[in-house]
Design a protein around this ligand. Structure first.
Ligand code: NAD
Ligand code: IPM
Ligand code: MN
Length: 359
C-alpha cells in the first residue's frame, strides 16, 4: 500500500491543538479511501524548543525534512521569542529552503460560513490567491546602520528576480487557463518604482503567452477596497509575498474568518517537500483552551490530499466542512458554536466516515 510520509511540525500556541485534528482527519481520509496510508513523524520544533536550545529547529532540519513527502505545520511564533527570530528561524526558512515558491490560498465562502459583507451573494466570494512565496518583500535582505544614533538608517529590500517573478506569473496564468477564470494581478507600480513596475511588466510579458486568459491589474489599495465592496471581481489573483499575505487575511475575514483560511506552500516541481498549513498564527489569546477552530487546518489537509492526487477525497473533505457549517451543530465559538477543537475534529471524522449521528 502506498504510504505518504508526513513531517508534522505542530509549533506554538494553538498549532498543536489544530494539528492534532488535522492528523486525525488525514488518517480517517486514508482509511476511508483504503488505497494509501499516512505515516506521520512529529518534530517538537518551535518557540519552546528555541527557549531550550537557542534554535527554532536543529541545524540539519532541512536535511531531515527533505526525506518526507510533505510537511504539515500548525503555527509558529509566541510571546517570549521575537517574531522575526521565530518566523525566520522556522517557517520562512522552510518556505525558502525548499523553494516553495507558490502559496495557494483559497478565499471561498463555503455554504454556511459567515460573511460580514452586505449585499454580497455567497458565490461572489470565490477566489484563489497565488502568492509569491520565495522572495519579494520577504527576501530578508537589507541593512541596519548607525543603530541608536540620530542618523540611524534601516533598509528592507524587496527582491524581485526575473526567474522568481516569471514562474509565479506562469503558475497563475496556467491555473486561470485551466479553470477558465480571470486573472488579476495586484500591484503598487505607482509608488514602488522598481519592484512593482517590473512586476507589472512581467505580468504583461508572460500574459502574451496566454491570450485566452482575461486579465486585470489593480493597485493594492484599490484591490483591498474592491475585495470588500465587490469581491466578485476576483477569481485567480496573483500577488507578491507581502501583498498576498495581507490580502489573504482580509480574504479570511470575508470568507468565514481566520478559522477557515487554508494555505499550501508548494514546490510545484516536487524537487522538495511542499508544506500545508492554516494561514492563521498561533493565536496566543485563545491558546490552550480548546477554542481554536481546526477547520482551516482540515482545509489545508484537503489541499494536501489534492496535491497527492486524491482529488475526489479532497473535495469530500470540503463537502464535510460545508456540511458542518450548514448544520451548525458542532462549531467552535468563532463560528458561533460551543464545541471544542477536538469535538469539531471528531465531527469531521464521523461525517467523513459516513456516520449519520456525530457530535
Ligand atoms: P493570529 O492569526 O494568530 O490571530 C489573529 C486573531 O485570529 C486572534 O484573535 C485569534 O484568536 C484569531 N484566530 C486565529 N486562528 C484562529 C482559529 N483557528 N480559531 C479561532 N480563532 C483564531 O495572528 P497574530 O495574533 O497576529 O499572531 C500571533 C502569532 O502567530 C505571532 O507570533 C505571529 O507572528 C504568528 N503567526 C504565525 C503564522 C504561521 O505560523 N503561519 C501566521 C500568522 C502569524
Ligand atoms: C502567513 C504569516 C507569515 C507570512 C508570517 C508569520 C511570517 O503571516 O503565513 O500568512 O507573513 O508569510
Ligand atoms: Mn499572514
Amino acid at each position: 500500500m502506498k504510504t505518504h510520509r508526513i513531517a508534522v511540525i505542530a509549533g506554538d500556541g494553538i498549532g498543536p491543538e489544530v494539528i492534532d485534528e488535522g492528523v486525525k482527519v488525514l488518517d480517517a481520509a486514508a482509511a476511508r479511501d483504503g488505497s494509501f496510508r499516512f505515516a506521520f513523524e512529529r518534530f517538537p520544533w518551535g518557540c519552546e524548543y528555541y527557549l531550550k536550545t537557542g534554535r527554532m529547529m536543529p541545524d540539519d532540519a532541512l536535511e531531515t525534512l527533505r526525506g518526507f513527502d510533505a510537511i504539515f505545520l500548525g503555527a509558529v511564533g509566541y510571546p517570549g521569542v521575537p517574531d522575526d527570530v521565530s518566523l525566520r528561524g522556522l517557517l520562512l526558512a522552510i518556505r525558502h529552503g525548499f523553494d516553495q515558491y507558490v502559496n495557494v490560498r483559497p478565499v471561498k465562502l463555503l455554504k454556511g460560513a459567515p460573511c460580514p459583507l452586505k449585499d454580497v451573494r455567497r458565490e461572489d466570494v470565490d477566489m484563489v490567491f497565488i502568492r509569491e512565496n520565495s522572495e519579494g518583500e520577504y527576501a530578508g535582505s537589507g541593512s541596519w546602520n548607525h543603530r541608536g544614533e540620530p542618523n540611524e538608517r534601516v533598509v528592507q529590500e524587496g527582491v524581485f528576480t526575473r526567474k522568481g517573478t516569471e514562474r509565479i506569473m506562469r503558475y497563475a496564468y496556467e491555473l486561470a487557463r485551466r479553470e477558465k477564470k480571470t486573472l488579476t494581478s495586484i500591484s503598487k507600480g505607482n509608488a514602488l518604482n522598481y519592484s512593482m513596475v517590473f512586476w507589472d511588466q512581467v505580468f504583461k510579458e508572460v500574459g502574451a503567452e496566454y491570450p485566452d486568459v482575461e486579465t486585470h491589474s489593480l493597485l493594492v489599495d484599490a484591490a483591498s477596497m474592491f475585495m470588500v465592496k465587490d469581491p466578485k471581481r476576483f477569481q485567480v489573483v496573483v500577488a507578491s509575498n507581502l501583498f498576498g499575505d495581507i490580502l489573504t487575511d482580509l480574504g479570511a475575514a470575508i470568507a468565514g474568518g481566520m478559522g477557515l483560511a487554508a494555505g499550501a506552500n508548494l514546490n510545484p516541481e516536487r524537487a522538495f517537500p511542499s508544506m500545508f498549513e492554516p494561514i492563521h498564527g498561533s493565536a496566543p489569546d485563545i491558546a490552550g483552551k480548546g477554542l481554536a477552530n481546526p477547520l482551516a487546518t482540515v482545509w489545508s489537509a484537503s489541499q494536501m490530499l489534492d496535491f497527492f492526487g486524491h482529488g475526489a477525497l479532497a473535495q469530500e473533505l470540503l463537502d464535510v466542512i460545508e456540511r458542518l457549517l450548514l448544520e451548525r451543530k458542532c462549531l467552535t465559538p468563532d463560528l458561533g458554536g460551543t464545541a471544542t477543537t477536538s469535538q469539531v475534529g471528531d465531527a469531521v471524522v464521523a461525517a467523513l466516515m459516513g456516520e449519520s449521528h456525530y457530535a
